[in-house]
Design a protein around this ligand. Structure first.
Ligand code: GLN
Length: 466
């Protein structure tokens, strides 16, 4: 009930697209009954959670923040949603995002932008930025901005995001919550409406690393409905109480000193590296030389997969259908024109261009080769004895909405994914944890990257840091 009240009180954040009040009250009642009968299902029983609106939820509208999916109610739950429900967790709503998860600001959905809850926090308002939160505010990051804002504003204890190039970690970082992108294949993608099948993973946002670890324990593992899933490694679900960092080797990649990195983020990065060192860990500078190519490589591969994935939205099977029905082609064309925003249309066009017979080798194959080199960079560093990498998550704290939507800043905002995308190209786990508040009173977070399928160790280190 408290969470539902918080949702109402924080409506101005635009964090939710659908609130599942009735369903939530029914599930919560069932959880209460179980508790009274001493039959609680475990640590998530009765815990309110929210889900990014690109995960299918049975009989509950699933829009991907697009006009294209207006009125779509899937007949099934995504595997990760079902697993949470099976543990008694209570679904309070579906959260806002960039249309089809394409973006880094949660400013590009059909239901309007998400506002970062920190826009309303006293330090931000009173430090004289000239920003009146009614006319401008700071962005929540994206594309899972609604999920991050929901956790940060205390209307959900947990939220699912999706992470293809940083979409869970970027908003988690800008909203000051814990955000985990698990190893590719550890969590099922069944029921997650695809962006880039070879990089998508469900992400977990929570108020603490401990909560993320519990949730990961519930969600991980093989799923017969997603052939890319793997069996979860055998490791204890609970995080160690005392974690000794003296056996740990922390790598600091020198290429992550990227142009545009704010002085404050850099100083937090240096501070935390020194903290590890002070506690007895070995801290080593390492090199990931192909980092500079990751953004362009990601974009080629992303557009190619988008061109293919978006083909299913033809006005016949799901959601929106145009009234123009003079021919099949005209119906397809006008449905897609009316249904998709310009970000989606641009990616479909670019993807089809990269995939043309005469361009395929030059773009698609080349990008796959570079992807291999980026993956190799990580492999080399980890096999040289490094256990985790410590990096920033974003270049700086959150931008104001008015700055973010400037056309020149659009390209810059793609640069913001520089620290998050390489991890998706390589399929590794990464987690972001809040480090401090900036001079503007906004969260600054750092990222830890782990070896493939060592998600639990990664969380143990994050827990130590928290
Ligand atoms: N910002 C990236 C993009 O626009 C990442 C999105 C994501 O992870 N879903 O594609």
């Amino acid at each position: 009930r408290k969470c539902l009240q918080r949702i109402k009180k924080t409506r101005h954040l635009n964090a939710y697209i659908t609130v599942t009040e009735e369903l939530a009250m029914k599930q919560a009642q069932e959880a209460d009954d179980r508790l009274l009968r001493g039959k609680s299902l475990g640590p998530l029983d009765g815990i309110p959670f929210s889900v990014k609106d690109n995960f299918c939820t049975e009989n509950v509208a699933t829009t991907c923040a697009s006009r294209m999916l207006r009125g779509y109610r899937p007949p099934f739950n995504a595997t990760v949603v079902q697993k949470l429900l099976d543990q008694g967790a209570v679904l309070v709503g579906k959260t806002n995002l960039d249309e089809f998860a394409m973006g880094s600001g949660s400013t590009d959905g059909a239901f309007g932008p998400v506002r970062n809850p920190w826009s309303y926090a006293a330090p931000y308002r009173t430090l004289g930025h000239g920003t009146d939160p009614e006319s401008d505010w700071v962005i929540a990051g994206g594309s899972s901005g609604g999920s991050a804002a929901a956790v940060a504003s205390l209307s959900s204890f947990l939220a699912l995001g999706s992470d293809t190039g940083g979409s869970t970690r970027n908003p988690g970082s800008l909203c000051g919550v814990v955000a985990l992108k698990p190893s590719y294949g550890l969590l099922s993608r069944h029921g997650l409406i695809p962006l880039v099948n070879s990089m998508d993973v469900p992400g977990i946002m929570s108020r603490s690393v401990h909560d993320a670890a519990i949730t990961l324990g519930v969600l991980q593992g093989q799923d017969e409905k997603d052939s890319t899933t793997v069996q979860a490694p055998h490791s204890p679900t609970a995080l160690p109480q005392e974690f000794d960092v003296r056996d740990l080797c922390v790598g600091v990649p020198k290429e992550y000193h990227a142009p545009g990195l704010s002085a404050e983020t850099l100083s937090q990065w240096t501070r935390v590296a020194a903290m590890f060192e002070g506690a007895g860990a070995r801290v080593r500078e390492v090199s990931l030389p192909h980092t500079q190519y990751s953004i362009v490589c990601y974009h080629v591969l992303c557009c190619c997969e988008v061109a293919s994935n978006m083909a299913r939205f033809d006005g016949l099977q799901y959601g929106h259908r145009s009234a123009v029905e003079s021919s099949t082609e005209a119906l397809y064309a006008s449905t897609r024109h009316e249904g998709f925003n310009d970000v989606v249309r641009r990616r479909v066009l670019s993807g089809n261009y990269f995939l043309l017979k005469q361009n395929y080798e030059r773009y698609f194959v080349k990008a796959q080769q570079i992807r291999r080199l980026i993956t190799e960079d990580f492999r080399r560093v980890f096999s040289s004895g490094v256990d985790v990498l410590l990096t920033p998550t974003t270049l700086s704290d959150a931008a104001t909405y008015s700055d973010f939507i400037q056309e020149d800043n659009r390209t810059r905002s793609a640069q913001d994914d520089i620290f998050t995308q390489p991890v998706n190209l390589a399929g590794l786990p990464a987690v972001t944890v809040p480090a401090c508040l900036s001079g503007r009173g906004l969260p600054v977070s750092l990222q830890l990257i782990g070896r493939r399928l060592q998600d639990r160790k990664l969380l143990a280190v994050a827990h130590w840091l928290e």
